[in-house]
Design a protein around this ligand. Structure first.
Ligand code: AMP
Ligand code: ZN
Length: 471
Protein backbone atom coordinates (compact mmCIF):
# COMPACT_ATOMS: atom_id res chain seq x y z
CA UNK A 1 0.00 0.00 0.00
CA UNK A 2 1.61 3.28 -1.11
CA UNK A 3 2.06 5.86 1.62
CA UNK A 4 1.75 9.54 0.78
CA UNK A 5 2.95 12.26 3.13
CA UNK A 6 2.91 16.04 2.98
CA UNK A 7 6.50 17.21 2.72
CA UNK A 8 7.05 20.79 3.89
CA UNK A 9 10.20 20.94 1.78
CA UNK A 10 8.21 20.37 -1.42
CA UNK A 11 5.00 22.03 -0.18
CA UNK A 12 3.28 18.98 -1.66
CA UNK A 13 1.97 15.56 -0.78
CA UNK A 14 4.50 13.06 -2.09
CA UNK A 15 4.79 9.28 -2.32
CA UNK A 16 7.00 8.08 0.52
CA UNK A 17 10.13 6.28 -0.61
CA UNK A 18 12.61 5.38 2.10
CA UNK A 19 16.35 5.43 1.46
CA UNK A 20 16.68 1.78 2.47
CA UNK A 21 13.60 -0.25 1.42
CA UNK A 22 11.57 -1.49 4.37
CA UNK A 23 13.20 0.74 6.97
CA UNK A 24 12.65 4.31 8.11
CA UNK A 25 15.01 6.64 9.95
CA UNK A 26 12.93 9.24 11.75
CA UNK A 27 14.08 12.10 13.99
CA UNK A 28 11.65 14.08 16.15
CA UNK A 29 12.63 17.22 18.02
CA UNK A 30 12.01 16.43 21.65
CA UNK A 31 11.06 18.54 24.65
CA UNK A 32 13.06 21.29 26.29
CA UNK A 33 12.86 20.07 29.85
CA UNK A 34 12.52 23.27 31.83
CA UNK A 35 8.84 22.84 32.63
CA UNK A 36 5.98 20.38 32.13
CA UNK A 37 4.90 19.71 28.58
CA UNK A 38 1.67 21.54 27.82
CA UNK A 39 -1.12 19.86 25.91
CA UNK A 40 -0.04 21.72 22.75
CA UNK A 41 3.39 20.06 22.88
CA UNK A 42 1.65 16.75 23.53
CA UNK A 43 -0.48 17.15 20.42
CA UNK A 44 2.74 17.14 18.39
CA UNK A 45 4.01 14.00 20.14
CA UNK A 46 0.67 12.22 19.62
CA UNK A 47 0.96 13.06 15.92
CA UNK A 48 4.51 11.69 15.76
CA UNK A 49 3.33 8.53 17.50
CA UNK A 50 0.53 8.17 14.98
CA UNK A 51 3.06 8.53 12.17
CA UNK A 52 5.37 5.95 13.68
CA UNK A 53 2.56 3.46 14.31
CA UNK A 54 1.26 3.98 10.77
CA UNK A 55 4.69 3.31 9.29
CA UNK A 56 4.94 0.13 11.35
CA UNK A 57 1.46 -1.00 10.35
CA UNK A 58 2.56 -0.54 6.74
CA UNK A 59 5.42 -2.93 7.40
CA UNK A 60 8.35 -0.54 7.88
CA UNK A 61 10.92 -1.07 10.58
CA UNK A 62 11.24 2.36 12.19
CA UNK A 63 14.31 3.72 13.95
CA UNK A 64 12.78 6.61 15.87
CA UNK A 65 15.19 9.02 17.55
CA UNK A 66 14.15 11.81 19.88
CA UNK A 67 16.34 14.30 21.71
CA UNK A 68 15.82 15.81 25.12
CA UNK A 69 17.03 19.42 25.15
CA UNK A 70 18.54 20.00 28.55
CA UNK A 71 20.87 22.85 27.64
CA UNK A 72 21.17 25.76 25.23
CA UNK A 73 17.57 26.57 24.28
CA UNK A 74 17.16 30.29 24.81
CA UNK A 75 13.89 32.02 25.63
CA UNK A 76 13.85 33.22 22.02
CA UNK A 77 14.46 30.68 19.23
CA UNK A 78 16.74 33.13 17.39
CA UNK A 79 19.47 33.30 20.06
CA UNK A 80 18.12 36.16 22.13
CA UNK A 81 17.24 35.97 25.79
CA UNK A 82 18.46 33.59 28.40
CA UNK A 83 18.80 29.80 28.61
CA UNK A 84 15.33 28.40 29.40
CA UNK A 85 16.79 25.84 31.79
CA UNK A 86 18.78 28.45 33.71
CA UNK A 87 15.80 30.76 34.00
CA UNK A 88 13.58 27.95 35.28
CA UNK A 89 16.23 26.74 37.77
CA UNK A 90 16.58 30.23 39.19
CA UNK A 91 12.82 30.68 39.51
CA UNK A 92 12.39 27.26 41.16
CA UNK A 93 15.54 27.56 43.28
CA UNK A 94 16.91 24.22 42.08
CA UNK A 95 20.00 23.28 40.07
CA UNK A 96 19.65 23.06 36.30
CA UNK A 97 20.52 19.35 36.50
CA UNK A 98 17.69 18.76 38.98
CA UNK A 99 15.28 20.67 36.79
CA UNK A 100 16.29 18.63 33.75
CA UNK A 101 15.94 15.28 35.54
CA UNK A 102 12.60 16.17 37.08
CA UNK A 103 10.94 17.46 33.92
CA UNK A 104 12.36 14.68 31.74
CA UNK A 105 10.70 12.16 34.04
CA UNK A 106 7.47 14.19 34.02
CA UNK A 107 7.52 14.27 30.21
CA UNK A 108 7.83 10.51 29.85
CA UNK A 109 5.08 9.99 32.43
CA UNK A 110 2.80 12.03 30.22
CA UNK A 111 3.75 10.21 27.05
CA UNK A 112 3.25 6.82 28.72
CA UNK A 113 -0.22 7.86 29.86
CA UNK A 114 -1.01 8.90 26.30
CA UNK A 115 0.09 5.45 25.11
CA UNK A 116 2.86 6.96 23.00
CA UNK A 117 5.37 4.29 22.01
CA UNK A 118 8.85 5.07 23.38
CA UNK A 119 11.32 6.20 20.73
CA UNK A 120 13.93 3.64 19.73
CA UNK A 121 16.56 6.05 21.04
CA UNK A 122 16.14 8.97 23.44
CA UNK A 123 19.26 11.15 23.55
CA UNK A 124 20.06 13.97 25.93
CA UNK A 125 21.91 17.00 24.58
CA UNK A 126 24.27 17.10 27.56
CA UNK A 127 25.46 13.55 26.75
CA UNK A 128 26.54 14.53 23.23
CA UNK A 129 28.76 17.58 23.65
CA UNK A 130 31.77 15.91 21.91
CA UNK A 131 29.63 15.23 18.80
CA UNK A 132 28.52 18.87 18.79
CA UNK A 133 32.06 20.18 19.10
CA UNK A 134 33.14 17.87 16.27
CA UNK A 135 30.35 19.24 14.08
CA UNK A 136 31.42 22.84 14.71
CA UNK A 137 35.00 21.89 13.85
CA UNK A 138 33.81 20.36 10.62
CA UNK A 139 31.91 23.54 9.76
CA UNK A 140 34.91 25.63 10.67
CA UNK A 141 37.16 23.60 8.36
CA UNK A 142 34.72 24.16 5.52
CA UNK A 143 34.61 27.92 6.13
CA UNK A 144 31.05 28.31 7.39
CA UNK A 145 31.76 29.87 10.78
CA UNK A 146 33.18 33.02 12.34
CA UNK A 147 33.99 33.94 15.89
CA UNK A 148 32.79 37.18 17.43
CA UNK A 149 32.34 38.42 20.97
CA UNK A 150 33.39 35.05 22.37
CA UNK A 151 30.81 33.03 20.42
CA UNK A 152 31.02 30.91 17.30
CA UNK A 153 28.45 31.77 14.63
CA UNK A 154 27.18 30.06 11.49
CA UNK A 155 27.53 32.38 8.52
CA UNK A 156 24.36 31.97 6.45
CA UNK A 157 25.76 33.97 3.51
CA UNK A 158 28.06 31.00 2.80
CA UNK A 159 25.16 28.57 2.48
CA UNK A 160 23.34 29.22 -0.79
CA UNK A 161 20.07 27.48 -0.12
CA UNK A 162 19.60 28.95 3.37
CA UNK A 163 15.91 29.34 4.19
CA UNK A 164 14.57 27.05 1.44
CA UNK A 165 12.44 25.03 3.88
CA UNK A 166 10.70 28.14 5.16
CA UNK A 167 10.62 29.81 1.71
CA UNK A 168 12.59 32.71 3.17
CA UNK A 169 13.23 35.40 0.64
CA UNK A 170 16.94 35.94 -0.23
CA UNK A 171 16.57 39.69 -0.64
CA UNK A 172 14.82 40.03 2.66
CA UNK A 173 17.53 37.93 4.33
CA UNK A 174 20.23 40.23 2.98
CA UNK A 175 18.42 43.37 4.03
CA UNK A 176 18.11 42.03 7.56
CA UNK A 177 14.46 42.86 8.00
CA UNK A 178 14.38 41.75 11.60
CA UNK A 179 15.32 43.96 14.52
CA UNK A 180 18.70 42.71 15.66
CA UNK A 181 20.12 42.84 19.15
CA UNK A 182 23.29 40.74 18.90
CA UNK A 183 25.82 43.16 17.38
CA UNK A 184 28.28 40.30 16.80
CA UNK A 185 26.24 38.83 13.99
CA UNK A 186 27.18 39.72 10.44
CA UNK A 187 23.68 38.88 9.28
CA UNK A 188 20.63 38.90 11.56
CA UNK A 189 19.86 35.30 10.57
CA UNK A 190 23.31 34.01 11.49
CA UNK A 191 23.05 31.81 14.56
CA UNK A 192 25.21 30.70 17.42
CA UNK A 193 26.89 27.30 17.30
CA UNK A 194 28.82 27.72 20.54
CA UNK A 195 28.30 30.19 23.35
CA UNK A 196 31.06 31.02 25.78
CA UNK A 197 30.50 32.30 29.24
CA UNK A 198 31.04 35.82 28.04
CA UNK A 199 27.49 36.19 26.82
CA UNK A 200 25.42 34.82 29.68
CA UNK A 201 26.24 34.85 33.33
CA UNK A 202 24.88 32.19 35.71
CA UNK A 203 25.29 29.42 33.11
CA UNK A 204 26.27 26.43 35.20
CA UNK A 205 26.15 23.87 32.39
CA UNK A 206 29.41 24.53 30.54
CA UNK A 207 32.04 22.41 28.81
CA UNK A 208 35.59 22.94 27.57
CA UNK A 209 35.88 23.49 23.85
CA UNK A 210 38.45 24.81 21.33
CA UNK A 211 36.63 28.18 21.59
CA UNK A 212 36.63 28.39 25.39
CA UNK A 213 34.42 27.02 28.10
CA UNK A 214 30.81 27.31 27.11
CA UNK A 215 27.77 25.52 25.79
CA UNK A 216 26.19 24.63 22.44
CA UNK A 217 23.45 26.41 20.55
CA UNK A 218 20.11 24.63 20.53
CA UNK A 219 19.93 24.06 16.75
CA UNK A 220 23.28 22.31 16.80
CA UNK A 221 22.05 19.68 19.25
CA UNK A 222 19.53 18.16 16.88
CA UNK A 223 21.94 18.10 13.94
CA UNK A 224 24.75 16.49 15.94
CA UNK A 225 22.56 13.84 17.55
CA UNK A 226 20.61 12.91 14.42
CA UNK A 227 23.88 12.60 12.46
CA UNK A 228 25.19 10.38 15.22
CA UNK A 229 22.19 8.04 15.44
CA UNK A 230 20.73 8.15 11.93
CA UNK A 231 23.66 8.95 9.68
CA UNK A 232 24.25 11.71 7.14
CA UNK A 233 21.04 11.06 5.23
CA UNK A 234 17.77 9.82 6.61
CA UNK A 235 14.10 9.75 5.78
CA UNK A 236 11.88 11.81 8.08
CA UNK A 237 12.32 14.77 10.40
CA UNK A 238 9.33 15.97 12.45
CA UNK A 239 8.35 18.77 14.76
CA UNK A 240 5.74 21.47 15.23
CA UNK A 241 5.23 24.14 12.53
CA UNK A 242 6.87 26.76 14.75
CA UNK A 243 10.20 25.05 14.00
CA UNK A 244 10.07 25.68 10.25
CA UNK A 245 11.43 29.24 10.02
CA UNK A 246 14.27 29.11 12.54
CA UNK A 247 15.11 25.80 14.20
CA UNK A 248 14.71 23.44 11.25
CA UNK A 249 16.00 26.03 8.80
CA UNK A 250 19.19 26.32 10.85
CA UNK A 251 19.45 22.56 11.39
CA UNK A 252 19.41 22.05 7.60
CA UNK A 253 21.97 24.80 6.98
CA UNK A 254 24.57 23.54 9.42
CA UNK A 255 24.11 19.84 8.62
CA UNK A 256 24.17 20.15 4.84
CA UNK A 257 27.06 22.64 5.05
CA UNK A 258 29.01 20.06 7.06
CA UNK A 259 28.23 17.01 4.92
CA UNK A 260 27.92 18.67 1.52
CA UNK A 261 24.81 16.63 0.68
CA UNK A 262 21.05 16.63 1.09
CA UNK A 263 20.21 15.58 4.63
CA UNK A 264 16.53 14.71 5.20
CA UNK A 265 14.07 13.71 2.47
CA UNK A 266 10.72 14.37 4.20
CA UNK A 267 10.05 17.23 6.61
CA UNK A 268 6.73 16.67 8.33
CA UNK A 269 5.24 19.32 10.58
CA UNK A 270 2.29 19.29 12.95
CA UNK A 271 0.03 22.31 13.23
CA UNK A 272 -0.59 24.01 16.55
CA UNK A 273 -3.13 23.39 19.23
CA UNK A 274 -4.90 26.66 19.90
CA UNK A 275 -6.43 27.82 23.15
CA UNK A 276 -9.19 30.40 23.43
CA UNK A 277 -6.41 32.83 24.27
CA UNK A 278 -4.43 32.03 21.13
CA UNK A 279 -1.36 29.80 20.77
CA UNK A 280 -0.48 27.82 23.82
CA UNK A 281 3.08 28.51 24.89
CA UNK A 282 5.28 27.07 27.60
CA UNK A 283 7.27 30.19 28.22
CA UNK A 284 4.23 32.46 28.52
CA UNK A 285 3.00 30.35 31.46
CA UNK A 286 -0.66 29.71 32.29
CA UNK A 287 -0.72 26.58 30.20
CA UNK A 288 -2.77 23.40 30.51
CA UNK A 289 -0.95 20.15 31.22
CA UNK A 290 -2.09 16.54 31.08
CA UNK A 291 -2.22 16.56 34.88
CA UNK A 292 -4.58 19.53 34.76
CA UNK A 293 -6.92 17.45 32.60
CA UNK A 294 -6.63 14.44 34.91
CA UNK A 295 -7.33 16.57 37.98
CA UNK A 296 -10.49 17.77 36.27
CA UNK A 297 -11.61 14.19 35.69
CA UNK A 298 -10.56 13.46 32.12
CA UNK A 299 -8.51 10.42 31.22
CA UNK A 300 -5.30 10.90 29.20
CA UNK A 301 -6.76 8.76 26.40
CA UNK A 302 -9.68 11.20 26.11
CA UNK A 303 -7.06 13.76 25.11
CA UNK A 304 -5.42 11.30 22.70
CA UNK A 305 -8.82 10.69 21.09
CA UNK A 306 -9.39 14.45 20.91
CA UNK A 307 -6.05 14.90 19.10
CA UNK A 308 -6.82 12.10 16.66
CA UNK A 309 -10.06 13.91 15.76
CA UNK A 310 -8.20 16.66 13.87
CA UNK A 311 -5.86 16.24 10.91
CA UNK A 312 -2.28 16.96 11.92
CA UNK A 313 -1.92 19.71 9.32
CA UNK A 314 -4.92 21.65 10.62
CA UNK A 315 -4.88 23.88 13.67
CA UNK A 316 -6.88 22.31 16.45
CA UNK A 317 -8.95 24.53 18.72
CA UNK A 318 -8.94 23.26 22.27
CA UNK A 319 -11.91 23.69 24.57
CA UNK A 320 -13.18 21.71 27.52
CA UNK A 321 -16.48 21.25 25.66
CA UNK A 322 -14.74 19.57 22.75
CA UNK A 323 -12.74 17.43 25.15
CA UNK A 324 -16.06 16.37 26.68
CA UNK A 325 -17.33 15.43 23.23
CA UNK A 326 -14.16 13.37 22.69
CA UNK A 327 -14.66 11.60 26.01
CA UNK A 328 -18.26 10.74 25.16
CA UNK A 329 -17.29 9.43 21.75
CA UNK A 330 -14.50 7.31 23.24
CA UNK A 331 -16.78 5.89 25.92
CA UNK A 332 -19.35 5.08 23.32
CA UNK A 333 -16.67 3.26 21.35
CA UNK A 334 -15.53 1.31 24.40
CA UNK A 335 -19.11 0.36 25.31
CA UNK A 336 -19.76 -1.00 21.87
CA UNK A 337 -16.52 -2.94 21.92
CA UNK A 338 -17.29 -4.35 25.39
CA UNK A 339 -20.52 -5.67 23.91
CA UNK A 340 -18.57 -7.48 21.19
CA UNK A 341 -16.13 -8.89 23.74
CA UNK A 342 -19.05 -10.14 25.86
CA UNK A 343 -20.41 -11.90 22.79
CA UNK A 344 -17.23 -13.99 22.68
CA UNK A 345 -18.53 -15.75 25.80
CA UNK A 346 -15.15 -15.96 27.43
CA UNK A 347 -13.26 -17.10 24.33
CA UNK A 348 -9.80 -15.55 23.86
CA UNK A 349 -9.52 -12.28 22.00
CA UNK A 350 -8.51 -12.72 18.36
CA UNK A 351 -5.17 -11.70 16.90
CA UNK A 352 -5.07 -8.45 14.93
CA UNK A 353 -6.21 -9.02 11.34
CA UNK A 354 -5.30 -6.53 8.61
CA UNK A 355 -6.96 -8.58 5.89
CA UNK A 356 -10.54 -7.65 6.79
CA UNK A 357 -12.15 -5.11 4.46
CA UNK A 358 -12.57 -2.39 7.14
CA UNK A 359 -9.00 -2.72 8.42
CA UNK A 360 -7.69 -2.57 4.86
CA UNK A 361 -9.78 0.51 4.11
CA UNK A 362 -8.55 2.06 7.36
CA UNK A 363 -4.94 1.58 6.32
CA UNK A 364 -5.71 3.02 2.91
CA UNK A 365 -6.99 6.26 4.52
CA UNK A 366 -4.04 6.40 6.87
CA UNK A 367 -1.72 6.00 3.89
CA UNK A 368 -3.26 9.14 2.46
CA UNK A 369 -1.26 11.60 4.59
CA UNK A 370 -2.70 10.14 7.83
CA UNK A 371 -6.38 10.73 7.23
CA UNK A 372 -7.59 9.58 10.64
CA UNK A 373 -11.05 11.08 10.30
CA UNK A 374 -11.87 8.70 7.45
CA UNK A 375 -10.04 5.95 9.32
CA UNK A 376 -12.30 6.41 12.35
CA UNK A 377 -15.33 6.03 10.08
CA UNK A 378 -14.01 2.55 9.14
CA UNK A 379 -13.62 1.73 12.83
CA UNK A 380 -17.25 2.61 13.42
CA UNK A 381 -18.14 0.69 10.28
CA UNK A 382 -16.68 -2.56 11.57
CA UNK A 383 -18.21 -2.06 15.02
CA UNK A 384 -21.68 -1.63 13.56
CA UNK A 385 -21.48 -4.36 10.92
CA UNK A 386 -23.86 -6.95 12.33
CA UNK A 387 -23.23 -9.26 9.37
CA UNK A 388 -19.79 -10.03 10.77
CA UNK A 389 -19.04 -12.40 13.65
CA UNK A 390 -17.84 -10.59 16.84
CA UNK A 391 -14.58 -12.51 16.53
CA UNK A 392 -13.93 -11.05 13.06
CA UNK A 393 -15.01 -7.58 14.12
CA UNK A 394 -12.64 -7.65 17.08
CA UNK A 395 -9.77 -8.93 14.96
CA UNK A 396 -10.10 -5.89 12.69
CA UNK A 397 -10.54 -3.54 15.65
CA UNK A 398 -7.34 -4.94 17.17
CA UNK A 399 -5.50 -4.17 13.92
CA UNK A 400 -6.89 -0.64 13.65
CA UNK A 401 -5.99 0.06 17.27
CA UNK A 402 -2.35 -0.77 16.59
CA UNK A 403 -2.34 2.56 14.75
CA UNK A 404 -4.78 4.56 16.87
CA UNK A 405 -3.24 3.45 20.17
CA UNK A 406 -6.48 3.92 22.10
CA UNK A 407 -6.19 0.66 24.07
CA UNK A 408 -9.57 -0.36 22.70
CA UNK A 409 -9.11 -3.97 23.75
CA UNK A 410 -7.31 -3.43 27.02
CA UNK A 411 -10.23 -2.08 28.97
CA UNK A 412 -11.10 -3.08 32.47
CA UNK A 413 -13.98 -5.49 32.27
CA UNK A 414 -17.01 -5.62 34.54
CA UNK A 415 -16.43 -7.90 37.53
CA UNK A 416 -19.33 -10.15 36.55
CA UNK A 417 -17.33 -11.23 33.50
CA UNK A 418 -14.92 -13.19 35.64
CA UNK A 419 -15.64 -16.89 35.46
CA UNK A 420 -16.43 -18.96 38.58
CA UNK A 421 -13.08 -20.72 38.49
CA UNK A 422 -11.27 -17.40 38.85
CA UNK A 423 -13.67 -16.34 41.58
CA UNK A 424 -12.82 -19.54 43.43
CA UNK A 425 -9.07 -18.77 43.22
CA UNK A 426 -9.57 -15.28 44.58
CA UNK A 427 -11.42 -16.73 47.55
CA UNK A 428 -8.73 -19.37 48.10
CA UNK A 429 -6.08 -16.66 48.17
CA UNK A 430 -8.03 -14.66 50.76
CA UNK A 431 -8.26 -17.83 52.84
CA UNK A 432 -4.48 -18.46 52.49
CA UNK A 433 -3.76 -14.91 53.63
CA UNK A 434 -6.08 -15.32 56.59
CA UNK A 435 -4.05 -18.42 57.51
CA UNK A 436 -0.80 -16.46 56.96
CA UNK A 437 0.24 -18.87 54.20
CA UNK A 438 1.78 -16.06 52.15
CA UNK A 439 3.74 -18.29 49.78
CA UNK A 440 0.52 -19.94 48.62
CA UNK A 441 -1.24 -16.55 48.43
CA UNK A 442 1.56 -15.23 46.19
CA UNK A 443 1.40 -18.28 43.94
CA UNK A 444 -2.31 -17.70 43.41
CA UNK A 445 -1.72 -13.98 42.77
CA UNK A 446 0.78 -14.87 40.01
CA UNK A 447 -1.55 -17.43 38.51
CA UNK A 448 -4.35 -14.85 38.39
CA UNK A 449 -2.07 -12.18 36.95
CA UNK A 450 -1.39 -14.45 34.00
CA UNK A 451 -5.10 -14.39 33.28
CA UNK A 452 -5.26 -10.60 33.49
CA UNK A 453 -6.69 -10.44 37.03
CA UNK A 454 -4.95 -7.76 39.05
CA UNK A 455 -5.39 -7.83 42.84
CA UNK A 456 -5.14 -4.85 45.17
CA UNK A 457 -5.06 -5.54 48.91
CA UNK A 458 -6.27 -2.82 51.23
CA UNK A 459 -7.35 -2.66 54.90
CA UNK A 460 -10.92 -3.08 53.64
CA UNK A 461 -10.09 -6.38 51.93
CA UNK A 462 -8.92 -7.46 48.49
CA UNK A 463 -10.19 -5.61 45.47
CA UNK A 464 -9.53 -6.85 41.99
CA UNK A 465 -9.92 -5.83 38.42
CA UNK A 466 -9.71 -7.69 35.19
CA UNK A 467 -7.73 -6.24 32.33
CA UNK A 468 -7.50 -7.65 28.89
CA UNK A 469 -3.99 -8.79 28.10
CA UNK A 470 -2.42 -6.78 25.27
CA UNK A 471 -3.23 -8.21 21.84
P1 AMP B 1 9.49 22.63 23.11
O1 AMP B 1 9.49 21.75 24.32
O2 AMP B 1 9.05 24.03 23.36
O3 AMP B 1 10.80 22.56 22.34
O4 AMP B 1 8.36 22.03 22.13
C1 AMP B 1 8.19 20.67 21.92
C2 AMP B 1 7.36 20.41 20.66
O5 AMP B 1 6.04 20.92 20.80
C3 AMP B 1 7.93 21.03 19.40
O6 AMP B 1 7.86 20.08 18.34
C4 AMP B 1 7.03 22.21 19.14
O7 AMP B 1 6.97 22.51 17.77
C5 AMP B 1 5.70 21.69 19.64
N1 AMP B 1 4.73 22.73 20.07
C6 AMP B 1 4.96 23.84 20.80
N2 AMP B 1 3.82 24.51 21.03
C7 AMP B 1 2.82 23.81 20.43
C8 AMP B 1 1.38 23.98 20.29
N3 AMP B 1 0.73 24.99 20.85
N4 AMP B 1 0.70 23.05 19.59
C9 AMP B 1 1.33 22.00 19.03
N5 AMP B 1 2.66 21.77 19.13
C10 AMP B 1 3.40 22.66 19.81
ZN1 ZN C 1 15.32 19.94 16.82
Amino acid sequence: MGLKLYNTLARATEPFEPIVPGTVGMYCCGPTVYNYAHIGNLRTYVFEDLLRRSLEALGYQVRHVMNVTDVGHLTDDADEGEDKMVKSAREMKRSVWDIAAYFTEAFFNDTRKLNIVSPTIVCRATDHIPQMIALIERLQQRGYTYEAGGNVYFDISKFDSYGQLALLDRQELKAGARIEVDQNKRNPHDFVLWFTRGKFEHQSMTWDSPWGRGYPGWHLECSAMSLHYLGEQFDIHCGGVDHIPVHHTNEIAQTEAATGKKWVNYWIHAEFLLMDTGKMSKSRGGFVTLSTLEEEGWEPLDYRYFCLGGHYRTQLQFSFESLDAARNARRNLLDRISGLVAALNGAALPEADWDGSYARAFLQHISDDLNVARGLAELWGVIKDSELEPHDQLAQIAAIDQVLGLKLLQQELPQNMVDPEVQQLIEERSQARAERDFARADRIRDQLAQQGIILEDSPQGTKWKKVRPRV
